[in-house]
Design a protein around this ligand. Structure first.
Ligand SMILES: [Zn+2]
Length: 206
């Protein structure tokens, strides 16, 4: 095991490591985990697993830890003066529970009231996906989506609802495969009960 790369040093240097350096270090550590569990790393099927996992962590499921992957948001002038609630629902997200490092996934529904500027709709999906691609808890993911949309769209009138299935609940512990976790974030106009209910009603009409 690479002894000098203990956690505290690693925490400080991780920002300066290249992707391939990160993959190499993670693969070494995962190899040790597998060896400790008594798995045979000579086995053809397992041999490449540490590298596969390391690559998947860095390049895919935790790629949101790299700020350079943040989506670039372009805004357009709200030329038509659209001023009603805009709802983008059923945005698929895939994230990882930071407590157990197993997936949680589901749907995000976001809404906002446009002011002077509007956003390309696919950017809302990209914001959700970017923030999901790191070790997360659903509560924080919900608030982060709300905050980023507020900042990027320059409005406080933002609502977010997340419905997530957690494999740490479904496949271990209480092993409840049916439960869904719903979290929400309401700001600006959405703090008003009537407006919030209008948004929630839209989510129920499939
Ligand atoms: Zn968990």
């Amino acid at each position: 095991m690479t002894q000098p790369l203990c956690q505290s040093i690693l925490a400080n240097v991780s920002h300066h490591l290249s992707d391939s350096q990160k993959i190499e270090i993670i693969a070494k550590h995962f190899e040790l985990i597998m060896e400790t569990l008594g798995l045979d790393l000579e086995d053809e099927s397992l041999r490449e697993t540490p590298f596969r996992i390391a690559k998947m962590y860095v390049k895919e499921i935790f790629s949101g830890l790299d700020p350079s992957t943040k989506p670039h948001i372009t805004l357009f002038e709200n030329k038509n003066g659209y001023s009603e609630m805009l709802v983008e629902k059923d945005i698929i997200f895939n994230s990882y529970c930071e407590h157990h490092f197993v997936p949680f996934f589901g749907k995000a529904h976001v809404a906002y009231y446009p002011h002077k500027r509007i956003v390309g709709l696919s950017k809302l999906n990209r914001i959700v996906q970017y923030l999901a691609k790191k070790p997360q808890v659903q509560e924080r993911l919900t608030v982060e989506i709300g905050n980023v949309i507020e900042r990027e769209l320059q409005t406080d009138d933002v609502a977010v609802v997340l419905e997530g299935k957690h494999l740490c609940i479904a496949s271990r512990g209480v092993e409840d495969v049916n439960s869904v976790t719903r979290t929400s974030y309401f700001n600006g106009k959405f703090a008003e009960r009537e407006i919030r209910n209008e948004f929630l009603k839209q989510l129920d009409t499939k």
